[in-house]
Design a protein around this ligand. Structure first.
Ligand code: ATP
Ligand code: MG
Length: 559
């Protein structure tokens, strides 16, 4: 790691620790709780933890499931999280851990605390414990069980483990300071009774350790050097240190907090994502509208784009909200360089080239990468008398600045000919159903030999050759930048009713060979991916990854 570079504060701390010899390398961990799918906020933590470890010789990053809460955790989530971290491009090697594997060790550490008079079994109810805790301005009150003798605590704790008591009857608490300014230090809970099977340990345990006890000790057991977490754990740090300092911990990890990623127009807490999925507002965890990594993957976002995004937003100590437009911009940047260009019409309007011979067909050469044709070469695009163009590319009564097709006006059909609109056919409801054009045979390929200029270039497909495809157009899931602001309406109050629009599109016939996961730019309409689940060559389904901004201007400027 070069110290000349502009390091973020985490990397600076690590560089200093290496320079002073406090550590000879770095061991980090990404510690998800397996109670939901990862979202793009987690990606920030993944890229940071795996990123810093990869930058230091001998560094490594563990994947640890922080699974001490039997009620909400599940193997499905463990598997999904591993898939998502791998997809992002990171590898934990053999360093896959589960906090539940440490339950016996943790129990031992708790017994040590009791023996030293630093923990006690408290028999107040949850409600009483809350009341006794005091407030930020008022000290708490000692529990009447605080002075229980050690032997009684040991006896009760072991009987808690043996299942003699009901949920909530007793808890184990650290004996610290009921007047501490930091509320977390007011005799925090270390263990509670939960008669619930755990997805990994089954019925082995009916007492489960609390996060604040599990986390520092799991870090210590694994020899973590830098335990990086989000800012809301800042107040937990004092307790983290207290736990480490008061048990014979095998290592001395330290906790550092960075600002979590917040994005507008979406929600990221797992609980809220669970609500959206279970409430039927999203079609599963991989719904392309969700900020889950599974959703973004299905949407067509690339891991590189997500990593680039995490790099762009950086690592800071102050919370902020990132505009989702920055994410979309990063995705466009990434796809722009990688995806071949093809043509697809999302909202087809029939065009008849009235002076083009009936039954005639031509194949025109169209480059996959117009800015760099040799890169992937050319494909043949069939041209015929009947075509489809985008309905929005025709206007009967256009304003002056409309450079696309209109009565009497000439446009370029991309890679094909210049055509001029000569007639408009309407149905009985007075809607335009067909546009008649004449083409100029001398303009094959799109250039006029007489040098006359047309401002507009539009995309098209041949009606007899094109294939029909289902195309899914996505918009933001919420209409409000901060969907959680409206406490009355709840989340569903600001759900965007138009977040998914499914259309029957017509795409160029070459796309019949697209495989699930293939990405394309449909010129002028956006980047698309053949859906991983629903697409098949016989039944094409494309998801719009992201729309193009200003793309039409770019193409028309060349004319
Ligand atoms: P959520 O609040 O969405 O339920 P969580 O913090 O409970 O998330 P964990 O599984 O505990 O989820 O998170 C694993 C790691 O990811 C933690 O270290 C946590 O700090 C980090 N993390 C979670 N959300 C974000 C975020 N929005 N930005 C950055 N890091 C995050
Ligand atoms: Mg958490």
């Amino acid at each position: 790691m070069s110290s000349e570079k502009n390091l973020d504060f985490i990397r600076q701390i690590i560089a200093d620790d290496l320079a002073t010899g406090r550590h000879s390398s770095v061991v980090t961990r990404f510690p998800p709780e397996p109670n939901g799918y990862l979202h793009i906020g987690h990606a920030k933590s993944v890229t940071l933890n795996f990123g810093v470890a990869a930058e230091v010789p001998g560094g490594r990053c563990h994947l640890r499931f922080d699974d001490s809460n039997p009620e909400t955790e599940d193997m499905e989530y463990v598997e999904a999280i591993q898939r998502d971290v791998r997809w992002l491009g990171y590898d934990w090697g053999e360093h896959l851990y589960f906090a539940s594997d440490y339950f016996e060790d943790l129990y031992g550490f708790a017994v040590r605390l009791i023996e030293q008079g630093k923990a006690y079994v408290c028999s107040l109810s949850e409600e009483e414990i809350r009341r006794f805790r005091g407030t930020v301005t008022r000290a708490g009150t000692h529990s009447p069980y605080r002075e229980r003798p050690v032997h009684e605590n040991l006896d009760l704790f072991s009987r808690m483990r043996d299942g003699e008591f009901a949920d909530g009857q007793h808890v184990l608490r650290a004996k610290i300071d009921m007047a501490a300014p930091n509320m977390k230090m007011r005799d925090p809970l270390l263990y509670r009774i939960r008669h619930a099977p755990h997805y990994r340990t089954g019925n082995d345990w009916c007492i489960y350790p609390m996060y604040d006890f599990v986390h520092p000790l799991s870090d210590a057991i694994e020899g973590i050097t830098h335990s990086i977490c989000t800012l809301e754990f800042e107040n937990n740090r004092e307790l983290y240190d207290w736990i480490i300092d008061n048990v014979p911990a095998p290592a001395r990890p330290r906790q550092y907090e960075f600002a979590r990623l917040n994005l507008n127009y979406t929600v990221m807490s797992k609980r809220k994502l669970v609500d959206l999925v279970e409430g039927g507002h999203a079609q599963g965890w991989d719904d392309p509208r969700l900020p889950t990594l599974a959703g973004l993957r299905r949407r067509g976002y690339t891991p590189e784009a997500i990593r680039n995004f995490c790099e762009r937003i950086g690592v800071a100590k102050a919370n902020s909200v990132v505009d989702v437009a920055l994410l979309e911009h990063t995705v466009r940047d990434d796809l722009n360089a990688k995806t071949p260009r093809v043509m697809g019409v999302l909202d087809p309007l029939k065009v008849v080239i009235v002076n083009y011979p009936h039954g005639k067909e031509e194949e025109l050469d169209a480059p996959y990468f117009p800015d760099d044709p040799p890169r992937m070469g050319y494909r043949k695009v069939p041209f015929a008398r009947d075509l489809y163009i985008e309905r929005t590319d025709f206007m009967e009564d256009p304003p002056a600045k409309f450079f696309r097709l209109a009565p009497g006006r000439e446009v370029r059909l991309r890679w094909a000919y210049l055509v001029r609109c000569v007639d408009v056919i309407r149905n009985e409801r007075d809607e335009v159903v067909e546009v008649h054009c004449e083409y100029d045979p001398a303009t094959r390929g799109g250039d006029a030999p007489d040098g006359r200029r047309v401002k507009g270039t539009i995309h098209w497909v041949s009606a007899p050759h094109c294939i029909e495809a289902q195309v899914r157009l996505y918009d933001r899931l919420f209409t409000e930048a901060d969907p959680e602001a409206d406490s009355e309406g709840g989340l569903t109050g600001s759900l965007n009713p138009h977040s998914l629009d499914v259309v029957r599109a017509r795409v160029e016939p070459g796309l019949a060979g697209a495989l699930p996961g293939d990405r394309f730019q449909f010129e002028r309409t956006g980047y698309f991916i053949a859906d991983e689940k629903d697409h098949s060559p016989g039944k094409p389904v494309f998801n719009r990854i992201v729309a193009l901004r200003d793309s039409w201007k770019k193409i028309s400027a060349k004319g």
